[in-house]
Design a binder for this molecule. Structure first.
Ligand SMILES: C[S@@+](CC[C@H](N)C(=O)[O-])C[C@H]1O[C@@H](n2cnc3c(N)ncnc32)[C@H](O)[C@@H]1O
Length: 293
């Protein structure tokens, strides 16, 4: 490790935190401040200093090492939803800290929002079936929670994910509800729907796409929204207080976007101005572009 000007005073603090097996609540703000100040050229040195936790035993280290080969896989998202804390002494405080990050709370909030939206759609469903498509469906946690509460629902789900491990996990998790679910192990870019949907939902996917792909996919899937239906796309807000720690410790990079950018994309996709809205989860960190038809 280099003794750079910034890192020199930081090392004793990191050592002190490792000596007590991770941060306590009164260390959190100091760590966040520290990470926010790290210049790009010192990120690697900082990562080296915290290397004992940058492995799949911690949530942040799971993100950093990417055991599934990419950021934001179904397994890490599920750990966030379940507020998983590794019980091992040297990791548990770090996982506890992770779950206090506003971005982690926003991810849990977005799942709650999805359940609310499904619940509302369900009120208009029975006895008619309503068709729902989820793009980048991951662990299918929101549908699971919804169906736990509404096992006789007339909502039918098409679930699309390019990772076959995500599909296998989600099928197992939802084994009681497979009669209401069709899984598609495909890439959203290539998938061709063969029916229209009342709701197309996607969270945790479009913020990995460049602008031109965002607009392309929005246009492509909007064509499969029924009259009276809607498509809702989540994207992290440019105002994300956890952005730097996600990037520095988690090596987790996203295309953060503003409300205005999301509206601009919808207009570029040819969607009428009065059919466009942007909503948020309670922290305002996950934005949702809503386009109605
Ligand atoms: C961050 S997770 C979000 C999961 C879920 N939507 C949620 O909010 O809980 C993103 C998921 O999208 C999938 N994915 C990423 N790129 C994809 C693509 N091009 N086509 C289909 N699925 C994709 C990943 O495999 C992963 O399961």
């Amino acid at each position: 490790m280099q003794n750079t000007e910034l890192l020199t005073p930081v090392i004793p603090l990191i050592q002190k935190i490792f000596d007590k097996n991770g941060p306590d609540a009164d260390d959190y703000s100091q760590i966040l401040e520290l990470v926010d100040q790290i210049p790009t050229e010192e990120i690697e040195d900082f990562r080296e200093a915290v290397s004992p936790i940058l492995n799949p035993n911690t949530i942040i280290g799971f993100s950093y090492t990417k055991p599934f080969g990419y950021n934001g896989d179904f397994f890490i998202i599920e750990k966030i939803y379940q507020q998983y804390v590794n019980p091992a002494e040297k990791y548990k405080k770090w996982d506890t800290f992770f779950h206090t990050l506003p971005a982690a709370i926003a991810v849990v909030n977005r799942k709650k929002l999805a359940v609310e939206i499904l619940t509302k759609l369900n009120e208009t469903a029975n006895p008619l079936e309503k068709q729902v498509m989820i793009l980048g469906s991951g662990p299918v946690n929101e549908v699971n929670e919804f169906l736990n509460n509404h096992p006789a629902s007339a909502l039918k789900f098409d679930l699309l994910d390019m990772d076959k491990r995500a599909i296998a996990y989600a099928k197992n998790k939802n084994k009681n509800y497979l009669g209401s679910m069709n899984f598609f192990n495909q890439n959203v870019i290539r998938f061709q729907p063969d029916k229209p949907y009342d709701l197309i939902w996607s969270a945790g996917l479009f913020d990995y796409f460049k602008d031109k792909h965002f607009v392309y996919l929005l246009k492509k899937y909007y064509a499969f929204v029924k009259e009276g239906g809607e498509m809702i796309i989540g994207n992290f807000n440019v105002e994300n207080p956890s952005r730097k720690i996600m990037e520095v410790l988690g090596d987790w990079f996203l295309f953060h976007r503003s409300k205005e950018e999301l509206v601009k994309f919808a207009l570029q996709a040819g969607i009428d101005k009065n059919k466009i809205d942007v909503i948020t989860e309670p922290l305002g960190i996950n934005l949702f572009l809503v386009v109605r038809k």
